[in-house]
Design a protein around this ligand. Structure first.
Ligand code: CP
Ligand code: NVA
Length: 305
């Protein structure tokens, strides 16, 4: 039974296969209307969402399947009943579990006790579905992914971790440009660096924006992630040198900008950049749909192969 929890479950060829399938689904959606016919998937959300919730629901419908949305109003997972019992019950009715959770350990428990594939729809440590859509968007703009250099600016968080891991798998270089003390988790960086040794990707952590001159793609995300109640105003001064604005693009020569969204305009990104010619941010958001359809087609059909 295969899951998508942090992307290390997949080889380079398998990640590329999913991205290519997402592109094929985007180009010819009519060919995939029955791919998950008759399948039901529960989508569990402990945290808020716009893109992930809508794209999983619409994606399942487009593949002929059915989404059962669960937020925490019907009982907080692990409180009304154990995560183990959640997983055991859901596995008897559904063909897959998509879950957005506070703690990565919840996903490990769901996958350990459930008997259906589990997809991580964001946790404290990773956001693998987002990054598949991100690399799909990059591949729409660049012919050779191994030559692309991506610079992530801001807080070393779940996005940073998934970019480092997936970049490493694909052989595509990633720099995390973060204020001192705000970089990615060291153990996760080391895990990505091990993978990068095989693929040839160059992974860097730095607090100096000038280190990414000549990079191709800028990526940014909120300076304060869900689950952390620190007001943005409190961290603003510390993170402002890493804001993705026109000057940063001019200074580095970076030509394309990504943001997973939700964006905090005027904080990690300016209006000028978000709405400007370098932004491929709404293509990226659209690609959540296609990339996740490919992930679901791959994982939720395992028994049929
Ligand atoms: N990027 C992303 O996951 O957006 P949502 O939080 O709105 O799902
Ligand atoms: N780092 C952000 C990503 C949102 C899609 C968060 O976890 O809130």
């Amino acid at each position: 039974m295969r899951h998508l929890l942090n992307t290390t479950e997949f080889s380079r060829d398998e990640v590329l296969e999913m991205i290519n399938l997402g592109m094929a689904m985007k180009a010819n959606p009519e060919n995939y209307r029955q791919t998950l016919a008759g399948k039901s998937v529960v989508t569990l959300f402990e945290k808020q969402s716009l893109r992930t919730r809508v794209t999983f629901d619409v994606g399942l419908y487009r593949l002929g399947g059915h989404a059962v949305y669960m937020d925490q109003h019907n009982g907080v997972m692990g409180k009304r009943e154990s995560i183990k019992d959640y997983a055991c019950n859901l596995s008897r009715w559904c063909d897959g579990i998509v879950a957005r959770v506070y703690d990565h350990k919840t996903l490990l428990e769901l996958s350990r006790y459930g008997t259906v594939p589990v997809i991580n729809a964001l946790c404290n440590l990773y956001h693998p579905c987002q990054v598949l859509a991100d690399y799909m968007t990059i591949m729409e703009n660049y012919d050779d992914i191994t030559k692309v250099k991506l610079a992530y600016f801001g807080d070393g968080n779940n996005m940073t971790h998934s970019l480092l891991i997936t970049g490493a798998i694909l052989g595509s270089s990633v720099a995390a440009v973060c204020p001192k003390g705000e970089g990615p988790d060291a153990a996760i960086f080391n895990m990505a660096a091990e993978i990068a040794k095989k693929s040839g990707a160059k992974l860097v952590v730095t607090d100096r924006v000038e280190d990414v001159r000549g990079y191709d793609v800028a990526y940014t995300d909120t300076w304060v992630s869900m689950g952390d109640n620190t007001p943005l105003e409190e961290v603003k001064d510390r993170f402002m040198p890493y804001q993705v604005n026109q000057k940063l693009l001019d200074d580095t020569g970076i030509r394309h900008v990504l943001h997973c969204q939700p964006a905090h305009r005027g904080y990690e990104i300016t209006d000028e950049v978000m709405d400007g010619p370098a932004s491929i941010i709404y293509d990226e958001a659209e690609n959540r749909l296609h990339a996740q359809m490919a992930v679901m087609a791959t994982l939720f059909n395992q028994g049929n192969k």
